[in-house]
Design a protein around this ligand. Structure first.
Ligand SMILES: [Zn+2]
Length: 289
């Protein structure tokens, strides 16, 4: 059954309000990744029909982070790519920023000190950019940081195949910190805020779910890096364990469809927030914002 409940969308503020929650899309600009890496087994002759890509075959992508306000509690899911890449790195990834994540947060009245919870879907460098500054100080210095234990262990000692995705100088300030909270599997973080363990893209990947009482709102991380990845076998070519991504994502997507969740994609620059539909039995993400 499909539950349809109204919510308010403020397009200018990139804000959706439901129940006691205000959800903001806050971005850390744009970047580009190789189309083949993002699409894995899906051939270019299929994905090129609906993706924009440049002369170097790189897809145009966004860094979509989720800021959530509920009274005095302020949650941030994923923290972009940050400002630590050198010029060569910025060129390789085609970084384009009118505003940083921190500036987008300021636009809606939130300073880093106000954030109470930072929840990280996983520790790849394009999700952990603003954990610490260049001097190694935590940027969200009053926040607890929630990470799956298996992901944290991988981030400190990555498998050699993935060592370029985990950059210790992006998160070393959390080592031994009492602001680091390690999670083992599905957990409630707070009243109406929980994580679902969904490894595959990385060893300890999780998705984050907010229950407004009316509808749920979830950041799916790199399980839905691109909106097209709600399709069953469409996963990133660099997933640590692509078959696990598929096995783990399908029951969550079924539940999200049944309960009509709002879903944020991690990197789609067109469908940043959407809701699931089924077309001939297959999932599609319909754009809301
Ligand atoms: Zn990732």
């Amino acid at each position: 059954m499909n539950i349809s409940t109204a919510f308010d969308v403020n397009i200018k503020q990139k804000k959706i309000s439901m129940g006691d929650f205000d959800f903001y899309l806050v971005m850390d600009g744009y970047y580009r990744l190789d189309g083949g890496s993002m699409y894995g087994m899906v051939p270019k002759q299929i994905w090129e029909k609906f993706e924009r890509y440049d002369e170097r075959n790189r897809l145009y992508m966004a860094m979509n982070c989720l800021l959530v306000r509920k009274g005095d509690e302020i949650y941030l899911v994923d923290v972009g790519i940050g400002d630590k890449l050198d010029e060569k790195g910025r060129e390789i990834f085609g970084i384009e920023k009118e505003k940083t994540l921190i500036q987008e947060m300021a636009d809606v009245g939130v300073s880093p000190d106000m954030v109470t919870h930072v929840i990280l879907t996983h520790m790849h460098f394009d999700h952990t950019g603003w954990i610490q500054d260049g001097e190694g100080n935590l940027i969200f210095r009053n926040a607890r940081h929630y990470i799956q234990r298996t992901e944290w262990e991988e981030a400190l000692e990555p498998h050699m195949r993935f060592k370029n995705s985990y950059l210790r100088n992006y998160y070393s300030a959390l080592m031994g910190s009492n602001q680091l909270v390690l999670l083992d599997g599905d957990k409630d973080i707070d009243e109406n805020v929980s994580v679902i363990f969904a490894p595959g893209h990385s060893k300890g990947h999780q998705i984050v779910v907010f229950d407004s009482g009316e509808r749920k709102f979830a950041h799916f991380g790199d399980i839905v890096a691109l909106a097209s990845q709600v399709r069953q076998n469409w996963v990133c070519g660099f997933d640590r364990s692509p078959e696990d991504t598929v096995t783990n994502k399908m029951p969550i997507l079924e539940r999200a469809f049944e309960e009509n969740w709002l879903i944020m994609s991690a990197h789609d620059r067109t469908i940043r927030i959407g809701e699931l539909q089924k077309v001939k039995g297959k999932f599609r993400l319909k754009k809301i914002l």
